[in-house]
Each structure stands twice: as structure tokens, then as C-alpha cells.
Design a binder for this molecule. Sequence first.
Ligand code: SF4
Length: 215
Amino acid sequence: MSGEMKRSGLSKGAPAPRFSDLESLREHLGDCARCSLGSTRGRLVFGVGDPHAGLMFIGEAPGRNEDLQGEPFVGTAGRLLDELLASIGLARSQVYIANVLKCRPPGNRDPLPEEVELCTPYLAEQVRLVDPKVIAALGNHATRHILGTDRGITALRGRLFQVDGRRVVPIFHPAAALYDQSKRAVLFDDFKRLRSVLEMPEENEPAHAGQMPLL
Ligand code: SF4
């Protein structure tokens, strides 16, 4: 049904084996070819940052620069993300950054459902190992997947959600602001809200899974 919230995509698919740390998970992935992107990618983009960060960013998939460098959110969108982080007093090394897919879809096309299903268990295991209090879902695809909804980012940004005991904050993808200057100001506002969600005491948690408006 249009707009309905379903089970989070993070809990779908065959669960990945459990690992004791991110390095072991990365080692297990190796030169992963579980989906067809394994044969078209340049470099597998695992994730980067503080392995025990309280804040984890999840985007859609690596783009061209990420595919070349093997790191998420590099290039112009990555520089904007660094600027947004600095605006709330954080550095890239203090958060963890990953994507729903670890390999670039050719020509930056949308991820296919089977690619998402095969790769998500590894993202879910990354989330379990990092154990962030807050997840910032960047852009339409990541937000829909994490929240299990078909509603778009424009309707969902500015709200706070709960998934498996974690706070989830949908935010425009920084790349969207590169082509639409009006989104730049919205992004900086959303990061201020993100800071307030990070600082929100646990007793202010909504009593049940769901959503509530941000401040
Ligand atoms: S996208 Fe994920 S499942 Fe597909 S090859 Fe890359 S790491 Fe493996």
C-alpha cells in the first residue's frame, strides 16, 4: 500500500554470519561476487570511520569517485558531508559511513532489488557491530530501505523514527544539494536537528517503534 511503513529492509534477506569486529567482516567479504556488481565494480567500498561511532550514515551505493578510491562519500558530495559534519562540531573520523550497496552499480543506475537483498545482510552486520545510537539515512533509496516504506525523502525528512531500538533520521543525500541549491540550506538545518537527536536523553525516546516529529 502506498506510504505504508513495513519491516525495515535491514532485517530482510538471509542473515550474514556474525563477526567479532568490522575487520573480520571485511575479510569475509573479500572480493565479493555474491551479486553481479562484483564483476563490474572497480573497488569494493566497505565503510569508514569510528568502528564504535554513536552516529552512522548510510547512503545508497558508491559512485564513480568512491569506486575509484574504495571509500564512501569522497569527491564533491563527500566534501559537503565533511562541511555539514563540521557545522555540528563533528569530524568524519568520529562517525561511521557506509552504503546499502558496497559496489557501484554501472552508470550509477538505481540498485536492483536482488543486489540489495544480497548485500543488506552485510550492512546489517556492520550496524550490529558499530552499534550506533543514531542512523542518518541519506537520500531516497537508503531511507526507504531502512524504514521499509515507499514514501519519499521529501515527506520523511525532519522526522525521527525508531528501528530496532535505534533512532533513524532521514536526510537529503548531500549529492542532491549539489544540483539544487535550495536543498543546501535544508541540509544544514537537518544536521542541526541531527545534533539535537544525538543529544536527546534516552528518557525522551518514544515509548514504541514508530515516528515522531523532530524539534
Ligand atoms: S554489492 Fe554487495 S553483494 Fe554485490 S558484489 Fe558487492 S559486496 Fe557483494
